[in-house]
Design a protein around this ligand. Structure first.
Ligand code: F0G
Length: 455
């Protein structure tokens, strides 16, 4: 097979400021060994997140000029509404400024204190928005979904037996079921159509609606085409239509598969929560025909949603992560298998097997990638999920991962080749990599602002 080329050419470029290793040593010291505290200009390859960081197309930039900035009833709203209705098959469309706003507005309308929402894995903001309302957020991904080295075509699937047990025991507490495609928290892993169909069927038996978190629905659909028997020849739009036919509503962060830098929405099949949603929206986001966005943002999203479903683009998109995975295999670096849609999660223990967890190996690996090659990823390990208790002791996470998440249409194959070289060099010099200790930390979400020193 030939090289999978990027199915676009570059019309507008943004220079990367080159830095030397010596400079990066200094910059990381100034950032207190925390890459979140770096200036983006001091990063060569920024794989912190795929959210809102991608490149828009020339069609999107030209659509921006067509934005109608009317407060109420803007043309851009109707244009986007038509696109969202076509993709989701749902009648009601409510724009929001990003995904977490869609969650907050919907949950405030649809949940009450003491309730419980099952999901494969709740994303951080989804969990936080539910817990803030006193609702329990239950993660029920299949067992394979929590084992990094175990390969499975649909590691994002929800465990139907556990869902059934929850519904049997506590149906009265469940306002609706959720499922996240792809499962970001579990490594960007897809959910099969068979799983969504069966989950929706179970919920229906108990009269419960299904809400899908569709941030990465296009990537999930492409995985279905590539892996689910019977869908090899299906069109992506038909797979998406079937996926959403099982849902009663969805929340979307268009900063992912919507291919925009800002934007989101809620779509709903019927109007059961609509009055409350619109009231919440007006209080929290804006009038229902703009929802916290400018008219030009709505236009860019209308175009981006269609471009995100292009099969050539999706094939290339999934190939980039897989390609990096092959290079990591060759270098003997472990990662969450198979590679996900939007990211590769390095298993730091395979690079730093001797480093004690108290020295935060995944954080140390993140620092090493920055020093060696100016690459920025996100630690998903004991800094993010561990806690310092009041007695000064510490809890640790069960995995030490470093997420490299890829902005859409932004980095070329040579950037990926370079990153693979840097990772292999870091692995070769693993004996020199230093662990860290925390010198200062806030009480919550410590990874964003904590300060560190070398041990
Ligand atoms: N749901 C999922 C599955 C997500 O991955 C995100 C964001 C959200 C909801 C919230 O959307 O950022 O537009 O408010 N994930 C980003 C990430 C931040 O880096 O994985 P948002």
């Amino acid at each position: 097979p030939r090289t999978q080329i990027e199915p676009f050419r570059i019309k507008s470029v943004e220079p990367i400021r080159m830095t030397s290793r010596a400079e990066r040593v200094q910059l990381l010291e100034e950032a207190k060994l925390n890459v979140f505290q770096l200036r983006a200009d001091d990063v060569l390859i920024d794989w912190l997140t795929d959210s809102g960081t991608g490149a828009m197309s020339s069609r999107q930039w030209s659509a921006i000029m067509l934005g109608d900035e009317s407060y109420a009833g803007a043309r851009s709203f109707y244009r986007l509404q038509t696109v969202v209705r076509t993709i989701t098959g749902m009648e009601h469309f409510v724009p929001t400024h990003q995904g977490r706003a869609a969650e907050k507005v919907l949950f405030t309308a649809a949940c009450k204190k003491g309730e419980l929402v099952p999901n494969n894995c709740h994303f951080d903001t989804t969990r936080a928005n539910l817990e803030y309302l006193g609702v329990e957020a239950l993660d029920l991904v299949i067992a394979e979904g929590l084992q990094p080295s175990v390969a499975h075509p649909f590691k994002g699937n929800i465990d139907l037996a556990r869902v059934e047990a929850v519904l049997k025991a506590e149906a009265q507490r469940v306002p609706f079921g959720m499922i996240t495609v792809t499962n970001n928290t579990g490594g960007g892993q897809p959910v099969s159509l068979a799983n969504i169909r069966a989950y929706a069927g179970l919920l229906k038996q108990y009269g419960k609606p299904l809400i899908i978190d569709i941030c990465r629905f296009a990537e999930n659909a492409m995985f279905i085409k590539m892996r689910e028997p019977g869908y090899e020849h299906a069109r992506i739009t038909d797979i998406v239509a079937e996926m959403l036919s099982y849902a009663d509503g969805c929340t979307m962060s268009a900063k992912k598969d919507g291919m925009v830098n800002i934007g989101g929405f809620i779509a709903l099949r019927d109007d059961r929560w609509l009055d409350d949603i619109r009231n919440n929206l007006i209080m929290m986001e804006g009038f229902p025909t703009y929802g916290g966005l400018a008219g030009r943002d709505l236009e860019a999203m209308a175009v981006g949603l269609e471009e995100g479903l292009d099969e050539d683009y999706l094939r290339y998109r999934l190939r980039t992560a897989e390609y990096l995975g092959e290079k990591l295999d060759a270098a003997g670096v472990g990662f969450v298998r198979p590679t996900g849609g939007h990211a590769v999660y390095l298993d730091a223990r395979t690079v730093l097997p001797h480093m004690p967890v108290e020295h935060y190996p995944a954080w140390a690996l993140g620092n090493a990638l920055y020093l060696e090659g100016g690459i920025r990823g996100v630690e998903v390990g004991s800094v993010m999920f561990g806690k310092r208790l009041d007695d000064g002791t510490e809890t640790f996470h069960k995995m030490e991962l470093l997420r490299l998440a890829f902005p859409r249409r932004m980095y070329t194959q040579s950037h990926f080749d370079y990153a693979a070289e840097v990772i292999a060099e870091v692995k070769a010099k693993a004996a020199d990599i230093r662990g860290v200790r925390i010198t200062r930390q806030p009480k919550f979400l410590r990874h964003f602002t904590a300060e560190f020193a070398w041990v």
